[in-house]
Design a protein around this ligand. Sequence first.
Ligand code: DX5
Ligand code: ZN
Length: 215
Amino acid sequence: MPIIAPSLLASNFLRLEDEAAMLNTSEAEWFHLDVMDGRFVPNISFGLPIIQQLRKTSTKVFDVHLMIEEPEKYAEAFKHAGADVLTVHYEACTHLHRNIQQIKSLGMKAGVALNPHTSVGLLENVLQDVDMVLIMSVNPGFGGQHFIPQTLEKVRLLKQIITQKGLQTLIEIDGGVTLDNASALVQAGANVLVAGSTVFNSANPLGTIAALKAS
Ligand code: DX5
Ligand code: ZN
């Protein structure tokens, strides 16, 4: 069964405490938190203070997705704010190996995210050090976009590489995940499904999370 990671980005920002409380009662194990800097991506979302406040009320694993430049400057601050998994973008890291070691030495799980155009093969020399690979199935920056179909093949290929190497690396898929494509993604090898609008725009978010979980 996949891990479900609802994305805060699609929630009602006027009622964050209620949204977190709803997730606490759900079958979702993770809470996906999208941090955007307006430089790496053409949008600005939220940052440390929001995560710090949510940490007081949420019981879920904090899965922080940094869509920012120079993530090494902020890794420690995100640890203090409550991040459990910290994901940086391949495209934002000149010294990716060093950034991964930094995240792990701070006591967090280290994730690397790939934009839709970035090949999974580029991770070959660093995969053994990474706890999770996040495959972007939309261009990062916005919720509610359509799933890019060729991403499915990337998940399959990455799964093959992970299996061949005998690794336990998790595959997370992020962007445009719906009740219609979730099963195919899990079959292709995805372990973690991020879902923003599918969960929070649903009339019954708890039921939708349960249905994603059953994919
Ligand atoms: C996009 C973010 C996603 C976003 C997904 O840049 O990384 O996590 O919240 O939203 P949906 O599920 O609506 O595509
Ligand atoms: Zn994300």
